[in-house]
Design a protein around this ligand. Structure first.
Ligand SMILES: NC(=O)c1ccc[n+]([C@@H]2O[C@H](COP(=O)([O-])OP(=O)(O)OC[C@H]3O[C@@H](n4cnc5c(N)ncnc54)[C@H](O)[C@@H]3O)[C@@H](O)[C@H]2O)c1
Length: 365
């Protein structure tokens, strides 16, 4: 069993990954400032893992039947060395296990916001990661899995997109992720003990099949899938489809949608490989390898769940691309990973989450 620090662990992908890691027997310490999430997500993770809530050193802790703390929450910011030191000490004196590895999800992710607020994006995504790497050095932890993105590839020249494609982000969000990838490469170069995975996600969607945890962004969702579920639920009037004139068969953008549980399992497998092998730096796409247009996704959701989803067309957004589909053969080869869940699973599980949680995690505890 390892102790794993998960930054942004209360967020969408982080919470599902907490569940997978605890299920694999690991102890998890979450640092999250709850800027785009709720601690309720961690309560739900704990319930799904049969952990009991408690307090230790002023932090929320959940323990197993044998009384061991299995999930710890530090309400903190990755740009604060004090908060990070607390997290690496796992909540204060008396805790024995050291943090073996970090899964780094914390960050800002809305492409549109990044165009209007580049300073915030560089501060949180780049400076936040630099602070985290400093803290890892202070605490002799040299293993990190980083949440990178297909947005790095900008307007790809070939499809499906291999990792060797040009890095040419089309927006500030992608620029910050590219900068962090470079920072990680420099760090790896500086000292052979570092073990780093840079995982480039395509379009994570869906939810845990229990419907207990899922995606719950603050404000109007900037991603397609939570918008679809909110429209189906009657919370919003329609989905806006940005662009009906892309060079694709139905004129809407094509994306590689990946079930969040497949993505979470990819993190566990990447971690296992980093901890067991001599690979110093892994750079891997995580996607299904199948493209579906925005219209196809809406129609699949309507068909599978039997509920209508109104939509209307709007102009293309700056920074969007026509088509983005992963070549994930390297992840298959190096991690033994590939997606196991279908578009049907995505639509059914994502809808189960929204139906059980009309208002997401709000007003629950
Ligand atoms: N969801 C996607 O479509 C997608 C695609 C590619 C890459 N990613 C990357 O994956 C990571 C996780 O994405 P997600 O969809 O789970 O997003 P999310 O917003 O649900 O999760 C991010 C978490 O980080 C936390 N956070 C933000 N700033 C912080 C700070 N300064 N200190 C501590 N915590 C902070 C937020 O509160 C949130 O819980 C992000 O880095 C994102 O850029 C996401």
């Amino acid at each position: 069993m390892a102790t794993v620090l998960i930054t942004g662990g209360a967020g969408f992908i982080g919470s599902h990954t907490c569940l997978v890691l605890i299920g694999a027997g690991h102890r998890v310490v979450v640092v999250d400032n709850l800027q785009n999430s709720s601690v309720e997500a961690l309560h739900r993770v704990a319930e799904l893992c049969n952990l009991s809530p408690g307090q230790a050193s002023g932090h929320q802790v959940w323990t197993s039947a044998t009384g061991e703390s299995q999930l710890i929450f530090i309400n903190g910011d990755i740009r604060s060395s004090e908060d990070l030191d607390q997290a690496f000490r796992c909540g204060g004196p008396g805790e024995s296990s050291e943090v073996t590895a970090v899964l780094h999800f914390a960050g800002l992710k809305a492409v549109g916001d990044s165009i209007h607020q580049p300073l915030s994006y560089w501060h949180v995504n780049v400076e936040g990661t630099r602070c985290l790497l400093e803290a890892m050095r202070r605490h002799a932890c040299r293993t990190i899995v980083f949440s990178s993105t297909a947005a790095l590839y900008g307007f790809p020249k070939a499809l499906p997109i291999p990792e060797s494609s040009c890095i040419q982000p089309a927006n500030p969000y992608g620029q910050t992720k590219a900068a962090v990838e470079q920072l990680l490469a420099d760090v790896a170069q500086s000292e052979p003990r570092w073990r780093i995975a840079r995982l480039r996600y395509f379009n994570p969607v869906g939810a845990h099949p229990s419907g207990c945890i899922g995606e719950d962004p603050n404000g109007v969702p900037s991603n397609l899938f939570p918008l679809i579920t909110q429209v189906a639920m009657g919370i919003r009037p329609h989905v806006q489809i940005f662009g009906s004139d892309w060079p694709t068969p139905d004129g809407t953008g094509i994306r590689d949608f990946i079930h969040v549980m497949d993505l979470a399992e990819g993190h566990r497998q990447a971690l296992d490989v980093l901890l067991a092998s001599d690979e110093q730096i892994l750079t891997l796409n995580l996607g299904s390898g199948h493209g579906h247009s925005v219209l196809e996704m809406i129609q699949a959701f309507e068909r599978i769940n039997g509920c209508p989803v109104a939509y209307e067309f709007a102009p293309r957004r700056p920074g969007d691309v026509a088509e983005s589909v992963a070549d994930s053969s390297a992840a298959k080869q190096l991690l033994g990973w590939s997606t196991r869940r279908s578009l049907e699973d995505i639509c059914r599980d994502g809808w189960a989450w929204r139906q059980r949680n009309r208002n997401g995690y709000r007003n629950r505890r």
